[in-house]
Each structure stands twice: as structure tokens, then as C-alpha cells.
Design a protein around this ligand. Sequence first.
Ligand code: C2E
Ligand code: MG
Ligand code: MG
Ligand code: MG
Length: 290
Amino acid sequence: YAKSEGRANFRFYSPELNAAALENIKLEQELRGAIGRNELLVFYQPKVDWDGRIVGAEALIRWRHTELGMISPAKFIPLAEQTSLIVEISDWVLEQTCLWVNACHAQGLGPLRISVNLSAVDFKHPELVEKIAAVLTKTGVDPKFIELELTESVAIGNIKACVERMHHLKALGLTLSMDDFGTGFSSLSYLKELPLDVLKIDQSFVRHLESDDSSAAIVRAILALADGLGMETIAEGVETAAQLELLKRHHCGLFQGYLFSRPVPTDEFLSLLQADALRRGAELPAISSS
Ligand code: C2E
Ligand code: MG
Ligand code: MG
Ligand code: MG
């Protein structure tokens, strides 16, 4: 490729780029063994309602590398997506999440709906629906507690096949959400064809909500759109009380972000749920005595 582009592209072979490419190849090889070595973990980030109560969570993968420490999914998910590794990883995250929802509910905590992220590669896997159905059966989880976060990229290409596939996932009883909404290129005309339950407002709009009028306009438009289409809404990346205030003013349904909690390991998530349950319990007598 570079050769056909002529000599101007000699920079493709600079030592820096070679080193980066080599590092990626090494990382990819290590990722292959990471599941077997128990180096991958699932963290959970709470999703909260208007009262700050935890009503769900998002499963976010972490890789605890023996020498390199924690590696961000932003770094290794794209690598995994270039190979079939992503499919193996996603299957594993989904199963862990189903087991985790069950474990929380078994302790009387919740109810919770927990989401997992699916890459476009996962979504297009020929056996996706059968595989997910098998995990639901194997874990015995009630599918209403599981949500799949898709991105606009799943709709690139064959839109009809995408819509059909989404209907099959809905038929399993799962909730479907559109992640990072507003950053892709989906046209509004086919948004109405997609059987989506939730629109997730991308954190890039939330981040500039206070400082930038156009971000605020986009957030208002997304919330109005979701309302008109009968979809739930959630804002990701909520970091400040002012952002929360503005999102509430525009009737956003749920919130997720560092203001409430970072993604945390299972034991910490359990503590957050227990604290939440205690707070709810403490509120009950006040309500019944009034
Ligand atoms: P995403 O699905 O859009 O997840 C949201 C990202 O924003 C997460 O980054 C989360 O930790 C981060 N975040 C949450 N609240 C805040 C906040 O208040 N401020 C800021 N600055 N960031 C916040 P993370 O965990 O690094 O994941 C990055 C991306 O990697 C995810 O974006 C998702 O696309 C992908 N990913 C993570 N886990 C999985 C997985 O299990 N499967 C797949 N296919 N993709 C995954
Ligand atoms: Mg997500
Ligand atoms: Mg997102
Ligand atoms: Mg994102």
C-alpha cells in the first residue's frame, strides 16, 4: 500500500511507527492468553435515577497486565476488534455480567439492569443471537435485567439485516441501547426503524454542557428526539453537579459518571449497592409516618 503511494510515504517506516506497530503486535499476542491467565476483569459503573439511587450499571472490561499494570479498554479493544479476539472477550463479559446480576439479586440487592458493550464485529457475528440465547439459558438470568449497548457503527452496511437482528435480540427479552449517541453518522430516518429502548448521550456533549451553547442544544435535541420516539435516556460522563442540574432541567432520565462513581470492581460495587439499600431503608419510615 505504502509503496504504491510513492516515495512521499517513507514516513510510514519511521522507527517510531515501527515501534508502535511492534508493541501492538506484542500486546495482541498477550491479550490472547489474558483470559486464560485471569488477567481480564469486569468493572461495573453505576447508573442512577433522579434521586441518585442505583438502578443499573455498565460492565466495563479491564486488563490487569502482570508487568504493564492496568491497560485501558480504549487501548486493547480496538486491537481485539482487528481479530476475532473481541468475540471471545465479549462472550466472556456477557456471561460474567449475567452471573453478577444474579449474584446481586440473590443478596436482595437491586433490581438492577446491567449493560454490556457490543462491538460492531460482535453484532455482525453470524451466531450472535444463538450465542446470547445460550448464555441466558446457561446462567438462568432473566433477560429483562440485561441490556446491550450498541454503537451507530452496527448500522453501517446492511441496515435491513441490522434491524432484523435487533428484533431477534429484542425477542429474547433484552433491552437495547444506542451508545455514544450523536457521534456517529446515523440518519434520523433509520433511527425510527431501529427497535431501540434507550439513547445514551455521548459524554463529549455532556462535558461541554455548561461552556458551549451548541453542546447544550444537541443534548436538548437528543432528549426531545428520544421523548418523541418513546425511548429512555441516559447521559454518560456526568462529572459535575452543574451538568446534572442542566440534564435534569431537560428531562434526561438516568445518569452515569464520575459524579456518582467511577467503574469499580465487584466488591466495591456491592458496597455501593448496600449503602444505597441502607439509605432507602432509612427513608421508608419517614414516608410511612408522614
Ligand atoms: P463506552 O461504552 O462509551 O464507556 C464509557 C467510558 O467512559 C468508559 O471508559 C468509562 O469508564 C468512561 N467514563 C464513565 N464516566 C465518566 C466520567 O464521568 N468522565 C470520564 N472522563 N469518563 C467516564 P472505559 O472503561 O475506558 O471504556 C472505554 C470504551 O471501551 C467504552 O466506551 C467501550 O466502547 C469500550 N469497552 C469497554 N468495555 C468493553 C467491553 O466489555 N466490550 C466492548 N466491546 N467494548 C468495551
Ligand atoms: Mg458503553
Ligand atoms: Mg458510551
Ligand atoms: Mg464512548
